[in-house]
Design a protein around this ligand. Structure first.
Ligand code: PLP
Length: 397
């Protein structure tokens, strides 16, 4: 048997070619567009952001798309613009990134968690319903790894209890569910263009909505609360006075970022197909290993294939998930964990009294999950290296 790199063997890839987890594919058109943007001199919020917003709205078929500088900002602004504040509760999943929870906290509202399903890793509608109180104002579903939540059931609950639905689509730009696109099921959809995401701008986010009032509020709040189109105040039309109508935030996207996003968005389908191929290859190669491979996309849905998250059979393996992370790192394969359940982080434990045992499914996943590279930047040889390294780690433990 080949000696693992963690035990002093030769790594699957040399250290100099360490496969960075989530590395994006950046192509010439966005490089040229960024350079052109810099040469033009208007690098802040301007026409490129406007174009990116229009392109994104067309891609989603939404009435409004407002670009911001992260999905965290998108979530915060969406909740705030929707009127959610102190005394209100927002129901979301423990199987998410801390940004989802922090956005709720930053509005002065209280996050309330409902456990997720072990197979889909998405929030369970029946758990949501148990958590609804007189203070609940919204449901914040996260389409984990790019798999849509059970939106029929979630929309039913929202209708019965008169709740808003604000979707965290950070993983789910291409996702669809029964003919509808992610971000379009509820009142507001929030997207991320962070470096590891399916479409990138470096840092960046987008808010989509059909609601004119929310769109207007979000636009103003994203730029200090200054009156509409304040970003134009230094344009060649001459200086424009602005009025501050809210205590807003500094969440606007820059033209430099949009210059990347415009070209990335044009390739969204091609990149999706590339990741789907990687996903299928992994699923095929890992049959028979002591792990549960991600379950297939549900019928009549489109999975965005943002993360590939096998669950290790740690009992059979006799090794912990963290040992496998170390073994893969030693083989020069970058890995991630999505996620240690959010309720077990010290701040939230202290603040909300959350503890081990509160969300058994999220905890079960959190002990077993790891994320392998899945990005359009991977070539055939990279994928083969990941398969070799993962197979070695799981068969020689
Ligand atoms: C589920 C989820 N929500 C929100 C975010 C925040 O996105 P951003 O980094 O664009 O603020 C992330 C980022 O990884 C995420 O995974």
């Amino acid at each position: 048997m080949t000696k693992l790199a963690i035990d002093g063997g030769t790594p699957v890839r040399p250290k100099e070619r360490f496969l960075v987890f989530g590395a994006p594919l950046i192509e010439e058109p966005e490089i040229e567009e960024v350079v052109a943007c810099m040469r033009r001199g208007w690098i802040g919020t301007g026409p490129k952001v406007g174009q990116f917003e229009d392109d994104f709205a067309a891609f989603k078929g939404s009435k409004h798309a407002i670009a911001v500088n992260s999905c965290t900002a998108a979530l915060h602004l969406s909740l705030f613009a929707a009127g959610i504040g102190p005394g209100d509760e927002v129901i979301t999943t423990p199987m998410t990134f801390c940004a989802t929870i922090n956005a709720i906290i930053h509005c002065g509202a209280t996050p309330v968690l409902a456990d997720c399903d072990r197979k889909t890793m998405n929030i369970m509608p029946e758990e949501i319903e148990k958590k609804v109180t007189g203070r609940t104002k919204a449901i914040l579903p996260v389409h984990f790894a790019g798999r849509c939540c059970d939106m029929d059931a979630i929309r039913d609950i929202a209708r019965i209890y008169d709740l808003m639905v604000i979707e965290d689509c950070a993983h789910a730009i291409e996702s669809e569910y029964k003919g509808r696109k992610s971000g379009c099921f509820g009142d507001i959809g929030c997207f991320s263009f962070y470096v590891t995401k399916n479409v990138i701008t470096g840092e960046g986010g987008m808010i989509i909505t059909e609601d004119d009032h929310i769109a207007e509020r979000v636009k103003v709040l994203a730029l200090h609360g200054m009156s509409k189109d304040a970003w134009r105040r230094f344009s060649d039309e001459g200086y424009k006075h602005y009025q501050v109508i809210h205590a807003g935030y500094k969440y606007n996207m820059m033209d430099i970022q949009a210059s990347i996003g415009i070209h990335q968005l044009r390739r969204v389908e091609r990149y999706w197909k590339q990741r789907q191929q990687v996903w299928l290859r992994y699923n095929d190669a890992f049959q028979g290993l002591p792990c549960i491979t991600p379950t297939n996309a549900e019928p009549n849905t489109k999975h965005a294939y943002h993360l590939y998250t096998p669950l290790l059979d740690v009992e059979t393996l006799g090794k912990s998930r963290d040992w496998v992370l170390s073994a893969l790192t030693a083989e020069s394969i970058g890995v991630g964990v999505h996620y240690l359940p959010v309720h077990l982080h010290p701040f939230y434990r202290k603040t909300f009294g959350w503890k081990k045992g509160d969300f058994p499914n999220a905890e079960w996943i959190g002990e077993r999950t790891l994320s392998l590279p899945i990005s359009a930047a991977l070539d055939e040889a990279d994928v083969t290296d990941v398969i070799t390294a993962f197979t070695r780690a799981l068969t020689s433990a």
